[in-house]
Design a protein around this ligand. Structure first.
Ligand code: FES
Length: 329
């Protein structure tokens, strides 16, 4: 296994070469209706690469299908990874494949981990999770308990029996509140977050309507930079007005990206070996440093502040907002 990283201008770890290994499903459970929890151990009996709460891995399925899942176990335990996968009947097939084929003893290729949803230093933490968005937050709350930092969690879901790990979390104490929608309606964000307090970080992961509501609430009531979120779904971007642009490389070559192609595909065709995974702007694998030029950022990985800084871009979806970009490639 190899894993080499460098720091980007946006202060992320840009992975040049990632760990990848075969893993065996050691255990499988059903922590909620429609959710399977998988314990994955390296097939060669080795240790898993280190990770921090908020990290995700790729599961590379048959036919090259790649899906990303947050790690929800204990980062101190280097013998295994744990993920929880929600069956999405209307999805693109990845979750169904996992539910149907990854039984105990089955093997799967694992890539990563990588982390664009880190726990930043704060005096206290407020978590709001929706549905399967509980998975990265589960690892975060475990880390905070281990290091003795205060946190609260409001965890919503359609029904109590659809909420993975709900009983385990509720047993932790009154700082965890379950919010099943069929019993309590939508999460009351003012109640869940409380009054804005200095030194408090708000973390959320869940369905898009919840994330948008939290963005609006925090923009109106909380200090800038308080909210940290992770999106699993790509931005809905109107591409009808896309135009060609140029990319200048470090060796002086200039490539043209046609209106109907991604920068990633043009760079790959030119022989640049850029790692990619989701190819829809949600995983952060294809992040590349910008040397010069303005970018039309279309990913869900970089924060608004990082997009403003314009130090790096996800070349699978983002495009130039100028005639030519110079990239650190
Ligand atoms: S490949 Fe996932 S963000 Fe580009």
């Amino acid at each position: 296994m190899t894993n080499t990283t460098v720091q980007s201008g946006a202060n992320k770890d840009l992975t040049l070469e990632e760990a990848h290994f075969r893993a065996r499903v050691e255990a499988r459970e059903e922590p909620a209706d429609g959710v399977v929890g998988l314990t994955l151990v390296p097939s060669d009996g080795g240790r898993v690469p280190s990770w921090s709460p908020g990290a995700h891995i790729d599961l590379v399925l048959e036919d090259g299908l790649v899906r990303q899942y947050s790690l929800c176990g204990d980062p101190q335990d280097r013998t295994r990874y744990t993920v929880a996968v929600l069956l999405e009947p209307e999805g693109r097939g990845g979750s169904r494949r996992i539910h149907e084929t990854l039984r105990v003893g089955a093997e799967v290729e694992v890539r990563g981990p990588r982390n664009h949803f880190r726990l930043e230093p704060a005096e206290r933490y407020v978590f709001v999770a929706g549905g399967i968005g509980i998975t990265p937050i589960l690892a975060m709350t475990g880390e905070l308990d281990r290091t003795g930092r205060p946190w609260t969690l409001v965890y919503g879901g359609r029904r109590r029996d659809s909420m993975a790990f709900a009983d385990r979390l509720a047993a932790l104490g009154p700082h965890v509140r379950l919010w099943p929608q069929d019993e309590r309606g939508l999460i009351d964000l003012a109640d869940a977050l409380g009054d804005p307090a200095p030194g408090t970080a708000v973390y959320t992961c869940g369905p898009e309507p919840l994330l948008r509501a939290l963005e609006e609430h925090c923009a109106a009531h909380w200090p800038a930079g308080s909210l940290h979120l992770e999106r699993f779904t790509p931005l809905d971007v109107d591409t009808t007005g896309d135009t060609p642009f140029e990319i200048e490389l470090a060796d002086g070559r200039v490539l043209t990206v046609p209106a109907d192609r991604s920068a990633l595909s043009v760079l790959a065709e030119a022989g640049l070996d850029i790692l990619s995974s989701c190819e829809e702007g949600t995983c952060g694998t294809c992040e590349v440093e910008i040397v010069k030029g303005e970018v039309d950022h279309r990913d869900t990985v970089l924060t608004p502040e990082e997009k403003e800084e314009n130090c790096s871009m996800m070349v699978c979806v983002s495009r130039a907002a100028c005639a030519r970009l110079k990239l650190d490639l």
